[in-house]
Design a protein around this ligand. Structure first.
Ligand SMILES: NC(=O)C1=CN([C@@H]2O[C@H](COP(=O)(O)OP(=O)(O)OC[C@H]3O[C@@H](n4cnc5c(N)ncnc54)[C@H](O)[C@@H]3O)[C@@H](O)[C@H]2O)C=CC1
Ligand SMILES: O=C(O)C(=O)COP(=O)(O)O
Length: 533
């Protein structure tokens, strides 16, 4: 790594397997491993600003407040599934990719749910305590059989499906409430797809496997719990807050619910809870994902994913950005730069509010993964008005502002291999420009207002629209020379002899206001703009 491009820094603030540390080191990433830091939000906030990546489990709360201090953060990697401890909109707004490992701990968590079901059915934890206390209470611990009982799944995604398969293997009848479960998948799994009301009425065991969302929060409310079959047993290895714990405690006390096994609680770490201390309640401290195998899986996966992003721009399992594979990332990169610069060119020329952005992809570029390139184009166009915009939040911001974004692809790009053309529809007029990337990987602008040009983008540029008349170049060049402004590149184009011309110039120094005024005074000049890239 060079001094200009130091090694990215990653902070691991939760108890990840040390396997993650090794992966980061092997990939050339500087890593700080402080597994208890996530529990100390002030200490975490004090140092988060130094890091490019944050690797977490569920103890670290990546709140909007913490992210405000995370000035350099580019990626949050969740070694696990649930990302409800990360404020995704705040991360997105700051351009931080949030990724998880959606499969690494699913078997382990499903097995925990099955273990909880057996623990409940045979009251194993209480029987264990009693036996080890020398009580031998053989008559107290009468259980129920699982065979032929109805298992009701709320949520039948990755974990729910594994629980379904295990349940079927245990000779249970499995029913599932999941609006997104297709009829084909239900048949393939051998589960009966039902409505929630039906599940509540029929299930002997209910197990939850939904994420925590506005729709699922309190899904087993007091009202829904009251609709359950008498003698039901409820298992929650998904998220606290999916079940009204106080209402459930009352139903257990009244004998309507025969028992509950909870791994997750509405407040964690759970020091008190309405369920604690009740007969036939089994609790574990969020252990669903806690097996050697699962922790190894998620730590390795998250470290590889975060390294791929920080080092190559590859995006896998992000919850707030489309995927970009490690193979496509280097091919996309020059076009991302082109789209951003071309968009920025148009954005800097646009003075009226933007109504729409159309990105046209012609030739080979049309076959690439276009999401990131379009996000870069939107970012470029809107950054002059919205300095906070970035590739991660661009689509969201455009939508919020009512800006219509269109993508269009064409097989051929004239005599070039690839062309990106961006059309910005503003309230005053549409503006468009095209660009390409040559073999050297550098973005170039090749058309402005249907006039052909050929220019690279430089930090300081001047764009002049003028009447194509003799004498302009002389006057223009003299003004720059007199002001001591060195010209790096000079690109000219016109629609027809004597018609409209443009002049696109890279200069080594910033153009002063006084010089810009003088350029405007040249009679042929219709418009002159300083541009920054
Ligand atoms: N206790 C623990 O340590 C662990 C807990 N989890 C929790 O388990 C949850 C489930 O994980 P996965 O199965 O991997 O997620 P998933 O995304 O594969 O499955 C979730 C399922 O819930 C369904 N769903 C969404 N909204 C719904 C609604 N309103 N009503 C009914 N169904 C709905 C979805 O269609 C999807 O099929 C995670 O979100 C996480 O909160 C995950 C791993 C470990
Ligand atoms: O992966 C998940 O969603 C989990 O809930 C696991 O949480 P943990 O990593 O054990 O804190």
């Amino acid at each position: 790594m060079t001094a200009q491009n130091p090694a990215p820094k990653v902070l691991i603030s939760d108890a990840l397997s040390p396997a993650a540390v090794q992966i980061f080191k092997d990939r050339g990433i500087e890593v700080t491993f402080d597994p208890n830091l996530g529990k100390d939000k002030d200490k975490l906030a004090a140092i988060i600003g130094e890091y490019d990546g944050l690797a977490i489990r569920s103890a670290t709360k990546a709140t909007a407040k913490l992210l405000e201090a995370a000035k350099n953060l580019k990626v949050i990697g969740r070694a696990g599934i649930g990302v409800d401890n990360v404020e995704i909109p705040a991360a997105t707004a700051r351009g931080i990719i949030v990724m998880n490992t959606p499969f690494g701990n699913s078997i382990t968590t499903a097995e925990h749910a099955i273990a909880m079901m057996f623990a409940l059915a045979r009251q194993i934890p209480a029987a264990d305590t009693s036996t080890q206390a020398g009580k031998w209470e053989k008559n107290r611990f009468m259980g129920v059989e699982i065979t032929a009982k109805t298992l009701g799944l709320i949520g039948c995604g990755n974990i729910g499906s594994i629980v379904a398969e295990r349940g079927i293997g245990l000779k249970m009848r499995v029913i599932a409430f999941d609006p997104y479960l297709s009829a084909e998948r239900a048949v393939q799994l051998g589960v009966e797809k039902v409505e929630l009301e039906d599940l509540l009425k029929r299930a002997d065991f209910i197990t939850l496997h939904v994420p925590m969302t506005a729709m699922t929060k309190n899904i087993l409310s007091a009202e829904n719990l009251a609709k359950t079959k008498k003698g039901v047993r409820i298992i929650n290895c998904a998220r606290g807050g999916l079940v009204d714990e106080a209402a459930l405690a009352e139903l257990i006390k009244s004998g309507h619910v025969a028992g509950a096994a909870f791994d997750v609680f509405s407040v964690e770490p759970a020091e008190t809870n309405p369920l604690f201390g009740l007969e036939n309640v089994v609790c574990t401290p969020h252990l669903g994902a806690s097996t050697n195998e699962a922790q190894e899986n998620v730590a390795l996966q998250v470290a590889e994913q975060m390294s791929d992003y920080l080092l190559k721009g590859a995006i896998t399992n992000a919850v707030n950005f489309p995927s970009i594979s490690a193979e496509e990332a280097p091919r996309i990169k020059p076009f991302v730069a082109l789209a951003e610069k071309l968009g920025s060119f148009l954005g800097q020329l646009t003075e009226a509010p933007v109504k729409g952005i159309r990105i046209e992809y012609e030739g080979a570029v049309a076959h690439l993964n276009l999401k990131a390139i379009s996000a870069a184009a939107i970012t470029g166009v809107l950054r002059p008005f919205l300095p906070e915009i970035n590739m991660v939040n661009a689509a969201m911001i455009a939508k919020e502002k009512g800006i219509v974004v269109e993508e269009l692809t064409r097989e051929v790009a004239g005599n070039l291999e690839s062309v990106i053309r961006i059309v910005v529809e503003a309230e005053d007029m549409p503006r468009h420009a095209s660009g390409t990337v040559f073999q050297d990987g550098k973005p170039r602008i090749v058309e402005i207002r249907d006039i052909q040009v050929d220019a690279e983008f430089a930090p300081h540029m001047l764009y002049v629209r003028n009447a194509d008349k003799p004498g302009f170049i002389g006057q223009f060049g003299s003004l720059l020379g007199e002001a001591g402004v060195n010209v790096a590149t000079f690109s000219l184009g016109r629609d027809k002899p004597g018609g409209d011309a443009i002049c696109y110039v890279a200069v080594d120094e910033p153009i002063s206001d006084a010089l810009l005024d003088k350029i405007h005074e040249i009679p042929m000049v219709k418009r002159a703009r300083r541009l920054r890239f």
